[in-house]
Each structure stands twice: as structure tokens, then as C-alpha cells.
Design a binder for this molecule. Structure first.
Ligand SMILES: [Zn+2]
Length: 140
């Protein structure tokens, strides 16, 4: 399956397994198991969505938004539970207004889940860690 490297965004082919002890990027050699959410921009967004064979969850946020900041650590903690299962990404809607407009993001935080490049779910409002993980696990 195709996995986008969280460090350099290059596309890797990784055999599908139940769990992984080790998987490194063929290009930058960093671990593909690194679950720290990646920040996407207007120029990187489509490539990542289209080249991920695992579901992608996008957190549309902004630095001035209190609930977004509250949810940030929950998003990271939830991401740590899905290495090579779900890709967690963030879009700063203040910097990337094109993306916010394109997806009709009216309130933040808004979470969108993409599968095979298509939106399959959307929810607005901050979620705690367990609700977030529960939501994500429905799409694995
Ligand atoms: Zn890499």
C-alpha cells in the first residue's frame, strides 16, 4: 500500500500488515511509524490525499481558535494509536485560506476524513481524545 512519509512527503510502498515493528522511508530514512501530525499546505494537500492508501484525517484549525488549541494534544495522542493505519494531518486555515474555501469550512475546528482521495466524513467542534479515537477507528 502507498504511504506518504510524514517527514519528507515522498510516497513509499509498504506491505500491508496487522502491526509494524519498523518501517523507514526509502528516501529520507526517517521512520514511517512517526505519528506526529503533519502540516499540509495548498501545494502539498492533494498529493498527500491522493497518494495515501490509508485513511487521512484532516484537522482544519487556526492559531487564534481556542477550541482548536485545546484539541491539538488530543489529536496528537489519538494519532499515536494509528501508526501506518491512519494519517493525521493539519491544515492551518489562516495560512491556507484556499483550502478552507475549497472545502467550505465554516467553523473550526472541523475534522474531515478522506478515504481513497474522497471525503467520507466531516464533523465540526473539538473532540476529546477518546471520541476522536473512536471516530477514527470506524474508518480503519
Ligand atoms: Zn521520507
Amino acid at each position: 500500500m502507498r504511504i506518504v512519509c510524514p517527514s519528507c512527503l515522498s510516497v513509499n510502498n509498504v506491505p500491508q500488515r496487522e502491526s509494524y515493528k519498523k518501517a523507514n522511508c526509502g528516501k529520507c530514512k526517517n521512520s514511517l511509524l512517526n505519528t506526529k501530525p503533519i502540516e499540509l499546505t495548498n501545494s502539498t494537500f492533494d498529493e498527500v490525499i491522493v497518494n495515501s492508501d490509508i485513511p487521512v484525517i484532516v484537522d482544519f484549525w487556526a492559531p487564534w481558535c481556542g477550541p482548536c488549541k485545546m484539541m491539538g494534544p488530543n489529536f496528537e495522542k489519538s494519532a499515536a494509536k494509528f501508526p501506518l493505519k491512519v494519517l493525521f494531518v493539519k491544515v492551518n486555515t489562516e495560512n491556507e485560506q484556499n483550502l478552507g474555501a475549497r472545502f467550505g469550512i465554516r467553523s473550526i475546528p472541523t475534522l474531515m476524513i478522506f478515504k481513497a482521495g474522497k471525503e467520507v466524513h466531516r464533523v465540526s467542534g473539538a473532540l476529546d481524545e477518546s471520541s476522536l479515537s473512536k471516530l477514527v477507528s470506524q474508518f480503519v
